[in-house]
Design a protein around this ligand. Sequence first.
Ligand code: ZN
Length: 106
Amino acid sequence: MNIRKGDTVEIVSGNDAGRRGEVLQLVPDRHGVVVEGANVRKKHQKQQETGGQRPLSAGMIEFEAPIHVSNVMLVCPKCDISVRTSIKRDKGQKTRVCKKCGASFE
Ligand SMILES: [Zn+2]
C-alpha cells in the first residue's frame, strides 16, 4: 500500500469514479482505504450509539465503507491530477514521488 492516512486520493472506478477525498482510515488487512465522502452507505443503528458519526434520521447513520486500494490513486498537489508514484529511498527514508513531475508527497 502506498496510500497513507491524510492523503488526498481520487476514486478511479465504480460509482464514485472521479471523486476526490481525504483518506480517513486504512484497512491494511483487506487492502482497503476509507475515503471521505466516497462509497457512502447507510445503516440502521440504535440511537445514542452513533459514536461520533453523523446521525441522519432516527436510527440511520451514514458511513464511508472501505474501497479497495487498487480503485484509488494519489492526487499530486502539483499536477492536480491522479498520478502513479514511485518510491525514492534516501538515507533509509522512503519517499513517495510523483512519476509525472517528480514532486515528493512528504
Ligand atoms: Zn506531479
